[in-house]
Design a protein. Sequence first.
Length: 145
Amino acid sequence: MLEVIPKILIISLISGLAAQAVKILIKSTKNGKFNVKSVDDYGGMPSSHSAFLISLLTAIGLHDGVLSTSFAIACIMSTLLIRDAVGIRMELEQQGKFLKKVAESQQPQVKIADGIGHRIGHTYPEVIVGGAIGFALAFILYYLL
């Protein structure tokens, strides 16, 4: 199987899925029940995007070296995407919450969409924990696979 699907991709997918599983477990524990809809939720602890990207970056660094072009590209892309998760998506979340308050004050004239005002961004601790999961799993899985 490793001949067909690159080892680096497998490591990244496992890391992203593991972080998502931890996120679902945390949400289920907080809510007292498992909710199928939480499987594809954005935001929350830990960041599965960060886990995926940092595991990709780590696996590329281990495979190609930290001075390689592929590592440089992965580093730039990871930085941009993680920054987007913390910055732009968090700003969109705040705007969504504001719009929801405005819409709620106008009810029943305004119908509120289901997704408005929900978590879509990440905090720095969520990104750091996701990144730590990605780094640790990439390092372990790189030598196990």
